[in-house]
Design a binder for this molecule. Structure first.
Ligand SMILES: C[S@@+](CC[C@H](N)C(=O)[O-])C[C@H]1O[C@@H](n2cnc3c(N)ncnc32)[C@H](O)[C@@H]1O
Length: 257
């Protein structure tokens, strides 16, 4: 147990970083922060605040540490180019309805990017995206659909013009994009998975899980996909035994059932 008050600590962090820790799951975040503070050989939140106020490297370490919910539109742009050129044309072929699951979607940047990118290939009225995350708070942010300029900096200009409106210093996602997406709370380690998906997008979350849990998740995704459906994974992720699971490897981050 650390000395001093966590409530004060959250206020200090907000003032220093503009990151509101009240928007993060407290139990998990607090445990993680406590570990980080102990690793820095300190015993109180106040001492840790003094440290990050005066030491730029430690400040950066703290910011990186907090960014587990961080997402952005069109994250890893090269993969979105590949989606647009190779995956989406095949995905929409001969289909009236397209069902996509964005798993661990965080603040919604990813499912909204999918809707924007797919609008080049099909009518938005054909598209249903189920976007899930374990964290209620990020889901409520996602439903609001308001983002800072950094989050949307990767959005191609034509999509920006069509689907984003500037509101003060923020950008608001158009209703026609929002209407394609249904946000739901879902724990990848525990809850039943959606079925009959044409595509599953699950990026930058399994890195927090054990190999066994990761393996189980990729096998369950396979069951959730329709034949010919695609799994899109994060740029730091790999599926070593994808063949055993039944996937065909399209490219580093896309696997086909
Ligand atoms: C780094 S974000 C990834 C966001 C987005 N997929 C992207 O790549 O930009 C990781 C997300 O995984 C969520 N998460 C963590 N554990 C989870 C679990 N067991 N089930 C579902 N979501 C989980 C977190 O709440 C967080 O929003």
């Amino acid at each position: 147990m650390l000395d001093s008050n966590y409530e004060d600590f959250k206020k200090n962090v907000l003032a220093l970083t503009k990151i509101d820790l009240n928007c993060y799951k407290e139990k998990q975040m607090r445990r993680r922060i406590n570990t980080l503070i102990t690793k820095n050989k300190l015993k109180s939140y106040d001492d840790y605040v003094k440290l990050i106020k005066t030491n730029t490297e430690k400040f950066e370490e703290f910011i990186n540490f907090l960014t587990i919910n961080v997402s952005e539109f069109y994250r890893n742009t090269d993969q979105w180019k590949l989606l647009d050129k190779e995956i989406f044309p095949k995905l929409v072929e001969g289909k009236r309805q397209i069902k996509i699951w964005s798993a661990a979607c965080s603040t919604g940047d990813e499912p909204y990017s999918i809707a924007m990118a797919l609008s080049n290939h099909t009518s938005l009225s054909n598209l249903k995206i189920i976007a899930t995350d374990i964290d209620k708070q990020v889901l409520s942010q996602a439903k609001v659909g308001l983002y800072n300029s950094k989050s949307v900096s990767g959005v191609p200009d034509d999509m920006k013009r069509k689907y984003l409106t500037k509101v003060g210093a923020s950008y608001k996602v158009a209703d026609e994009i929002k209407n394609c997406v249904e946000f739901k709370e879902h724990n990848l380690l525990k809850d039943p998975y959606p079925t009959d998906c044409d595509m599953i997008v699950c990026r930058n979350v399994v890195i927090y899980f054990t190999d066994e849990a990761k393996d189980e998740i990729y096998r369950k995704f396979y069951k959730s996909l329709k034949k010919g459906g695609y799994l899109f994974i994060g740029s730091t992720e790999q599926i070593m035994n994808y063949k055993d699971m039944g996937y065909l490897r399209h490219s580093s981050f896309f696997f086909e059932k």
